[in-house]
Design a protein around this ligand. Structure first.
Ligand SMILES: [Zn+2]
Length: 123
């Protein structure tokens, strides 16, 4: 992949990074706000059990989302480093070039479509 293209993907990655970081922040602040509301629940607010259950379900869901996004963030960082080193766009498993259309959709992907599919089957 030539330098100009790598620069373009790097910009794409940086944008994605900003977006995901923002999402993580808002997911985390959402769940900590809920936690505070729940903690203050005994002093005044009466919670229905079902509400509490669904609240804590939501909080867990948010935190799971956040940790998932953190994984993506990590992959984005790795991909950014690769654009700098010049080995961006290569499959980490088989070493073949990753399809550029695929990179445009998921710029932080580490695997080509074939390896990705194999991996998904193994899971
Ligand atoms: Zn591959």
């Amino acid at each position: 992949m030539d330098k100009r293209k790598r620069e373009r993907f790097k910009k794409l990655l940086l944008k994605e990074k900003e977006k995901i970081s923002g999402e993580i922040e808002s997911l985390k602040s959402d769940s900590s706000r809920e936690q505070k509301e729940l903690a203050g629940g005994s002093s005044g607010y009466a919670y229905h059990l079902a509400d509490v259950a669904s609240d804590s379900y939501n909080r867990e869901f948010n935190l799971n989302l956040a940790s998932n996004e953190e994984k993506i963030l990590y992959q984005i960082d790795r991909a950014i480093k690769k654009t700098e080193k010049g080995d961006y766009g290569k499959c980490e498993n088989c070493g073949k070039k990753i399809n550029e259309e695929r990179l445009k959709t998921i710029p932080y992907t580490q695997l080509c479509i074939q390896c990705q599919q194999k991996e998904e089957k193994n899971q």
